[in-house]
Each structure stands twice: as structure tokens, then as C-alpha cells.
Design a binder for this molecule. Structure first.
Ligand SMILES: NC(=O)C1=CN([C@@H]2O[C@H](COP(=O)(O)OP(=O)(O)OC[C@H]3O[C@@H](n4cnc5c(N)ncnc54)[C@H](OP(=O)(O)O)[C@@H]3O)[C@@H](O)[C@H]2O)C=CC1
Ligand SMILES: CC(C)=CCC[C@@H](C)[C@H]1CC[C@H]2C3=C(CC[C@]12C)[C@@]1(C)CCC(=O)[C@@H](C)[C@@H]1CC3
Length: 345
């Protein structure tokens, strides 16, 4: 049987570019596009089929920000496939981003200018909100839903005599100082995106510790700065169009300005080609682009430690248990109410 690959957030940007690159690599792959909006998912499948008419592309409804949707989607995946070779955890959000203009101009004339363009450290804040599960939306989407998905798919990811891979689309915006074990959802701060991405770096390390012996390997990548719906949400699109020539100019000095989704998906693609045993669990694999526009991948050590990653892993397990309990209670209450209605009729 051909390799089975599931990509979350596959209908646009980096996720869609990854699917295109994977099909160019091997058009016989079984691709599963896991998306929250089926209309956009259909459009993505049509676009992929235009360039690869014989490709095997399935769609799966998945709202990674909802635990119920994750459990339902995982159930469907297990019914559809008897193996899962690659699970790309790519869906992500950055709601209500705000740029600190003063910090931007200050950074522009400081020795930290290259770092500022690569990581946006000190430049970017977001306004988060609580979702239906009672969780912070950024945490729920970028981290927790994906964590529950990996756990739920464990039976087809960890199979005897076979290796499987989980790849997280993290970011160079991930920063230890934006994350706190006392506030893993980042309820109290203004950098939920940086916090959620740092948490995904930690969780990847923990997944390796707990699952390598069963043949499951986890890695993290950073796509660089890519022009997608996510980045277009940061500033008005006319502004981006206006500064595009400047962006290409900056790329001469900053290899992290990958700019196109194709370039951004470079590290995701290169991990597909690498043997899992050869990967460094403490490295983040960066998509980079030279001034002339050629694309390459480079591993860089992450600022993470085992104790913190284990502590977060334990916390997420507890949160997962609580979420499952809450959903079960909801289902039981619904059942009891239905029964009551039937009896009173
Ligand atoms: N662009 C950049 O410069 C960088 C991006 N990244 C990361 O790359 C990843 C992909 O983002 P990018 O391609 O840039 O942006 P896009 O907005 O184009 O892609 C994000 C994808 O995630 C999906 N998504 C969002 N929320 C959910 C949800 N609750 N359930 C299911 N799918 C969801 C979106 O679906 P929909 O179309 O329905 O919204 C979309 O398909 C993200 O994790 C992002 O954080 C990291 C570093 C830099
Ligand atoms: C290029 C010019 C002249 C102005 C743009 C300034 C900022 C809008 C821009 C500078 C660094 C960028 C950046 C990101 C967003 C846009 C910037 C802040 C990200 C935070 C986008 C999402 C990510 O995950 C990061 C890897 C990006 C880091 C750099």
C-alpha cells in the first residue's frame, strides 16, 4: 500500500504548497486534506488534481480547535486507513495581530535588526479569546487539538515494524519567555501565538521521548516569513503589496524571508525525504531562501529542556482527560434528555 499522509490546514498557504510538493515527489501517495471548511477543502483538492490528475486525495472534516471534532475526525481516519505514515500538524491561527510600530522603528536602527525580521520578537501581540471548550483559542488550535489528534491516532501511528512521523509547523516566533508552565494556555499574556509555538517545540521533544521506541518520531519546522492568509491578516493587504519590493530586498540580508508558500514548505518537504532516525529531536528545521531565491533547509538547536517538556506533557494529558470527561457528560446529558422527552410524549 502507498504511503498515507494527513495534513491539517491543507486548504491554503504552506499546507497546500506542501501537498503540491509531495505530489510532485510521488503522485501515488494517499493524501488526506484535513480542513475545517469543506468548500475550501474541495477547492484545494481541485487545484491539486489539475496538476496531478491521477492523485489520490481524500478530504476530512477537522476543526482542530474543537476537541469533539478532533475525536470524530480521528475515528474516521482509523476507519479509512490502516496505516498513517506522516501526520503534518500545520493548521494554525494568529488572531487580531497588532504591530508595535515604535518597537519596529527602534529595532530598525539597532544591532538586532536581522533578529527582529526573523523572529518578530517584541513586535507582535495578539488578542485571544475563549472557545466553546472553554480553552484559549490559540492554544486549542495551534497545540492542544493537534496533541489530542496524535494521541487519538496512536494505534495507526505506532505500528509494529513500521516508522511513522509527526511534523509540527512551529515558528521562529516561538520564545521561552512567552511561555509559562503556570499559564500554558497563555490566558494572562499578549503573545499567545509565540507561547503556543514554543509549547509545540516542547511537546515534540516529549513525543519523541515517549514514542520513539514504538516507531513514532516527531519533528518541528519553521517555514520562515511567508505571505499567506495568516501574514496578510497582520497588515492591510495593500500595504504588503506596496512593501513587497522591500521584502525581496530584505531577503538579501535575511534568509528567513522565504516569502512564497512553496519556499515556506521546503523544510516540511525535506523532512519527508529524511530517515527519521537521522533527525535531531532538539533541532528546529528552518525553511530558508538565499538572496537569489534558492530554497534550502537548515537545522537549528531549540531553546528547550527535558524537564519543562515533560511537565507540559503531563499537563496536556490531564487537560485531555478533563476534556474527554466533559464531552462524555455532555453526551450522557443529551441521552438522558432524549429519553425524558420520549417518556413524556
Ligand atoms: N505565514 C508565515 O509566515 C508563518 C506561518 N507559520 C505557521 O504555518 C502554519 C500554516 O499557516 P499559513 O499557511 O501561513 O497560513 P494560512 O492561514 O494560509 O493557513 C492556515 C491553515 O490552517 C487552517 N486552520 C486554521 N484554524 C483551523 C482549525 N481550527 N481547524 C482546522 N484548520 C484550521 C486554515 O483553514 P481556513 O482556511 O479554514 O482558515 C488554513 O488552512 C500555521 O501553523 C502558522 O502558524 C509559521 C511561521 C511563519
Ligand atoms: C518588511 C517591512 C518593511 C515591514 C514589515 C514589518 C512586520 C510586519 C514583519 C517583520 C517581521 C515579520 C515576521 C512575522 C510577521 C510580520 C513581521 C512582524 C511573523 C511573526 C509571522 C508569523 C511567524 O510565525 C513568524 C516566523 C514571522 C516572523 C517575522
Amino acid at each position: 500500500m502507498e504511503k498515507v499522509i494527513l495534513v491539517t490546514g491543507a486548504n491554503s498557504g504552506i499546507g497546500l504548497a506542501l501537498c503540491e510538493r509531495l505530489l510532485c515527489e510521488d503522485s501515488r501517495l494517499q493524501l488526506c486534506l484535513a480542513c475545517r471548511n469543506m468548500q475550501r477543502a474541495e477547492a484545494a483538492r481541485s487545484a491539486l488534481l489539475t496538476s496531478h490528475p491521477d492523485a489520490h486525495i481524500d478530504l476530512l472534516h477537522l476543526d482542530v480547535g474543537s476537541v469533539r471534532s478532533v475525536l470524530h475526525a480521528a475515528h474516521k481516519v482509523k476507519a479509512r486507513y490502516n496505516r498513517l505514515d506522516y501526520l503534518y500538524l500545520n493548521a494554525g491561527i494568529m488572531p487580531n495581530p497588532q504591530i508595535d510600530i515604535k518597537a519596529f522603528f527602534k529595532g530598525l536602527f539597532s544591532s538586532n535588526v536581522v533578529k527582529m525580521f526573523a523572529t518578530a520578537e517584541g513586535l507582535l501581540t495578539q488578542q485571544d479569546r475563549v472557545n466553546k471548550d472553554g480553552l484559549q483559542e490559540v492554544f486549542a488550535t495551534n497545540l492542544f487539538g493537534h496533541f489530542v489528534l496524535v494521541r487519538e491516532l496512536d494505534s495507526i501511528l505506532c505500528q509494529a515494524g513500521q516508522t511513522s512521523r509527526v511534523v509540527w509547523t512551529s515558528s521562529s516566533n516561538a520564545r521561552r519567555s512567552a511561555f509559562s508552565l503556570e499559564d500554558v494556555q497563555h490566558r494572562l499574556g499578549t503573545e499567545p501565538y509565540a507561547s503556543s509555538k514554543y509549547a509545540s517545540d516542547l511537546i515534540s521533544l516529549a513525543l519523541n521521548r515517549h514514542n520513539n521506541s514504538q516507531g513514532l518520531y516527531s519533528s518541528v519546522i519553521c517555514p520562515g516569513l511567508v505571505m499567506t492568509n495568516l501574514t496578510y491578516g497582520i497588515l492591510p493587504s495593500f500595504f504588503w503589496t506596496l512593501i513587497m519590493p522591500i521584502m525581496y530586498l530584505i531577503r538579501i540580508f535575511t534568509n528567513t524571508f522565504t516569502l512564497t508558500p512553496y519556499n515556506g514548505a521546503g523544510a516540511l518537504h525535506s523532512l519527508f525525504l529524511k530517515k527519521p532516525e537521522s533527525l535531531d529531536p532538539r533541532a528546529k528545521y528552518h525553511s530558508l531562501t538565499s538572496g537569489m531565491g534558492s530554497n534550502y533547509t537548515q537545522p537549528r538547536q531549540m531553546d528547550i529542556d527535558d524537564d519543562m517538556s515533560e511537565a507540559l506533557y503531563v499537563k496536556l494529558l490531564e487537560m485531555e482527560k478533563a476534556a474527554r470527561k466533559r464531552l462524555k457528560e455532555e453526551d450522557d446529558n443529551k441521552q438522558a434528555y432524549k429519553k425524558y422527552l420520549n417518556q413524556t410524549e
